[in-house]
Design a protein around this ligand. Structure first.
Ligand SMILES: [Zn+2]
Length: 110
């Protein structure tokens, strides 16, 4: 079972709601049980959301490496590759972030 803090949105996994919300300190009464269908969607999406976050993290690294390569500026071919890598990584990271936001809005989060 999953319980949602109606004050801050914190999701708790367990047979009953926690006595106090770990995030905002709201009392047990502020928690509501998440409907089984929504629960399933959250469960299914957890792995994907984690993968998106891992991907975004890697892409941030790629952007940093690319910027270093651009500054390094050995020759135009190298700089061109680093510029392309930076652009692609940036676009992919923004897409990944947008997808996570879409999941949150569709309650595919938790
Ligand atoms: Zn809370």
């Amino acid at each position: 079972m999953k319980w949602k803090c109606t004050v801050c949105g914190y999701i708790h996994d367990g047979d009953s709601a926690p006595d106090i919300c770990p995030k905002c300190g709201a009392p047990k009464e502020k928690f509501e049980k998440i409907a089984p269908d929504v629960e399933q969607i959250i469960e299914r999406s957890r792995k994907t959301n984690q993968l998106h976050m891992d991907l975004a993290h890697m892409l941030t690294k790629i952007i940093a490496i690319s910027e270093e390569g651009i500054v390094d500026n050995l020759d135009p071919n190298c700089v061109s590759i680093f510029q392309k890598a930076k652009k692609s990584a940036y676009e992919l990271r923004q897409m990944s972030k947008a997808e996570i936001v879409a999941h949150i809005n569709k309650q595919k989060w938790g």
